[in-house]
Design a protein around this ligand. Structure first.
Ligand code: SAH
Length: 243
């Protein structure tokens, strides 16, 4: 059976999954804890990516090289950037761009040097399943009717975006480069690039914890503590049951 890695950025997001893990075995490697076991009948490894692109790339590489995972699924929170992407909504990624990568004028802005590409795709089949699992998970949570499920492009970079002007500038610059992004976070593009290198299926879902604006630093911790882990648990359960 293919081993599924479930990555979270923050301990609060992982906690609910950890509590449900059966036959848990913890090992430490590269300064990180990896939890092997079974979840909803599937062999899994739970790990924290840690925060930022480099940390997430290290964790992903360790999962592949050391723990032999065959697919990686990321669940976490993100700031909403696109129109109508509100706190409490859920975004399933189809592709990732690194909003802070700029090797111009040698390479076009946002292009990852030597790859000849600006975006790294998520796996279409795994993403379709994650989208379905997110829909089912949200229905089960009986959330307010205005809760939306989006899917599309996400941006990652080593910056917590927390200002109205900052998020506006980011969005405009990305738009000028041809990238209409729904949400911004700090790890997904790195995991997508590692999975691209190894030819491994990757999918990512993020709950919107803030609008990356002037109140992001206030909205974010409240959301992470109270809501994010519930979403992650519900979505992961539906996904694993369908694999
Ligand atoms: N001090 C915080 C730091 C969290 S950084 C803590 O440790 O509790 C924010 C995390 O949430 C990152 O993992 C990132 O992927 C995601 N995120 C949520 N909102 C974001 C935003 N507005 N900008 C960038 N990342 C965001």
């Amino acid at each position: 059976m293919t081993i599924t890695a479930i990555l979270s950025a923050l301990a609060e997001e992982q906690q609910g999954l950890l509590e449900l893990l059966q036959q848990p075995r913890k090992s430490s490697h590269a300064g990180r804890d990896f939890w092997q076991g079974r979840l909803h009948g599937q062999p899994v490894v739970l790990a924290l990516s840690r925060i930022g692109k480099v940390a997430a790339a290290t964790t992903s590489t360790a999962l592949i090289e050391r723990f032999n995972v065959g697919r990686i699924v990321f669940t976490g929170v993100a700031g909403g950037l696109g129109d109508g992407v509100q706190v409490g909504d859920v975004v399933v990624a189809t592709e990732f761009v690194q909003h802070d990568l700029d090797a111009s004028p040698i390479f076009p802005r946002y292009e990852v040097p030597l790859y000849g590409r600006t975006r790294f795709p998520c796996d279409a089949a795994l993403t379709a399943r994650l989208l379905q699992a997110s829909r089912a998970g949200l229905e089960g949570l009986a959330l307010p009717a205005k809760t939306l499920l989006h899917h599309g492009l996400m941006a990652s970079g080593d910056r917590f975006v927390s200002g109205m002007q900052e998020s506006r500038n980011l969005r405009t610059a990305l738009k000028q480069g041809g990238h209409e992004v729904l949400a911004v976070e700090m790890e997904g593009a790195a995991v997508a690039q590692v999975c691209f290198d190894y030819g491994l299926p990757f999918a990512a879902v993020r709950t919107i914890s803030d609008r990356a604006d002037d109140t992001a630093h206030v909205d974010f911790p409240v959301f992470v503590k109270d809501v994010a882990s519930l979403y992650a648990q519900a979505i992961v359960r539906h996904l694993l049951e369908a694999l």
